[in-house]
Design a protein around this ligand. Structure first.
Ligand SMILES: [Zn+2]
Length: 327
């Protein structure tokens, strides 16, 4: 029933949302795919959910690699209901859990890797989440760090504490933030060192046909660091991946990714100078031939039901790239 309804919606909605028939490209953004629902990260799809999402894309949309889609967006040959699948950061589950599903449905994908966390590293947000999951004491007494004292009686308490801490520290100066995160890590019984991919996993993705893109080395918010640092982060991530894979790395994703807040025109210029041909932001929307190929918007429906997921993705066709609307 829901498949039939979705097929009908896929026939009708694009005409309603996009009466001009102008080519439009939806680029989905994922981070992780988890084995089962993780109450500390309820927004991450399970492998079973990711499976129906990819089946839905294969049946109702036209999945393309980001490189091919960008080329066809420019030359006017984009097929109907074109979509790309992308992942940010370089989580090990991309290779372990997402890759088998992508392969099952023949869906091209791009994984943007922050190279500094490969081989046992951990991003600061994951350190906070995993520390609160594994906290030693019944209360996380963090007021002395300028945070709060968080009672941790339930899983919901732990999740909310991690969320509150991340909101408070996300935009702090990187060194100051790292000092707080290191102090928080000390309160945990133990922390995982296998969240991100190893070099071998990156090679395995590439060997399986997944496109690998750069996402800086240490994932700084580019607008918050000195220009020399931003430039080095952009260039070094490209060079490190090229050395690892012995191929050109031509696609880039801005960390955090909101235009004007997280990166600016100067960073776009650095990405261009470094030799990237395509770059993606986290601005919600659908790309059109008028979009800036170095700041393509992305969007992922959050629904847990296929029909809603599919309809929301179709409705995304209304959301013409806000950057082009402004230009
Ligand atoms: Zn990221």
């Amino acid at each position: 029933m829901s498949r039939l309804a979705l097929r009908l919606a896929a026939g009708v909605l694009p005409r309603v949302c996009n009466p001009s028939g102008q080519p439009r490209l939806s680029i989905l953004i994922y981070h992780r795919v988890v084995p089962e629902r993780d109450p500390m990260r309820p927004g991450e799809p399970t492998q079973a959910e990711f499976d129906w999402q990819m089946r839905l894309l294969a049946e109702q949309f036209t999945p393309l690699s980001l490189e091919e889609a960008a080329r066809r967006l420019v030359d006017g040959s984009l097929p109907r209901r074109a979509v790309c699948v992308t992942f940010d950061d370089g989580y090990a589950d991309n290779e372990q859990l997402a890759l088998p599903v992508l392969a099952r449905y023949g869906i091209p994908a791009t994984v943007f890797v922050s190279t500094g966390y490969l081989n046992g590293g951990r991003m600061f947000n994951d350190t906070v989440i995993e520390a609160l999951r594994n906290w030693r004491e019944p209360v996380a007494a963090l007021a002395e760090l300028g945070l709060r004292d968080y009672p941790l009686a339930t899983t919901a308490d732990r999740r909310e504490a991690a969320g509150d801490i991340l909101t408070r520290i996300k935009h702090r100066d990187p060194a100051e933030r790292q000092a707080i995160v290191d102090a928080i890590a000390n309160g945990a019984r133990g922390l995982p060192d296998d969240l991100m991919m190893s070099d071998d996993q990156v090679r395995a993705l590439a060997a399986a046909g997944v496109s690998v893109g750069a996402h800086t080395v240490s994932h700084p918010i580019l607008a918050a660091v000195a220009p020399e640092t931003a430039q080095r982060e952009i260039r070094d991530s490209k060079a490190q991946l090229e050395s690892l894979l012995q191929r050109e790395i031509a696609v880039f994703a801005y960390p955090n990714g909101l235009p004007e807040r997280d990166y600016g025109a100067e960073h776009r210029a650095m990405v261009q100078e470094a030799g990237f041909g395509v770059a993606v932001s986290t601005h919600w929307g659908v790309a059109t031939p008028d979009s800036d190929i170095l700041q393509l918007p992305r969007f992922t429906p959050w629904d847990r039901v296929p029909l809603r997921f599919g309809v929301r993705l179709l409705l995304n066709q209304r959301r013409v790239d806000p950057l082009t609307a402004r230009a």
